[in-house]
Design a protein around this ligand. Structure first.
Ligand code: FES
Length: 116
């Protein structure tokens, strides 16, 4: 049984392990993937993207999204946590690969795998 949480970023097809306790934005950065962002507290909407599969929730009670946006799968990665094991898929065409990771590795995404 797979108890790992995975993050898949489309349309690039990157599939990354999502470490427990990290937001979606932090998990991507941990593997050397830069997502659009600014405030990192759920208010500016710079990180807005659409979740197309999987389950997440926002860490804060009132993220800068309307009820209709939430219902359509729009999320704010800077304050989004995974709801458990499985795969979360987001659509973020502006994602960039190759930024320095936040850990001690100098190469991006040693644990990341290219999706099919
Ligand atoms: S970075 Fe501002 S809402 Fe996510």
């Amino acid at each position: 049984m797979d108890v790992q949480t995975w993050l898949r970023i489309e349309p690039a097809g990157w599939r990354l392990p999502w470490p427990a306790g990290m937001t979606l934005l932090e998990a991507a950065q941990h593997h050397g993937v830069r997502l659009p962002r600014s405030c990192r507290n759920g208010t500016c909407r710079a990180c807005l993207c659409q979740r197309t599969a999987g389950a997440t929730h926002h860490r804060i009670a009132w993220p800068g999204l309307s009820a209709e946006e939430r219902e359509a799968g729009w999320i704010l990665p800077c304050v989004s946590d995974a709801d458990g094991p499985g795969e979360v898929v987001i659509h973020q065409p502006e994602a960039q690969r190759g930024i320095p990771s936040t850990n001690t590795r100098s190469s991006p995404g040693a644990n990341a795998v290219q999706g099919s």
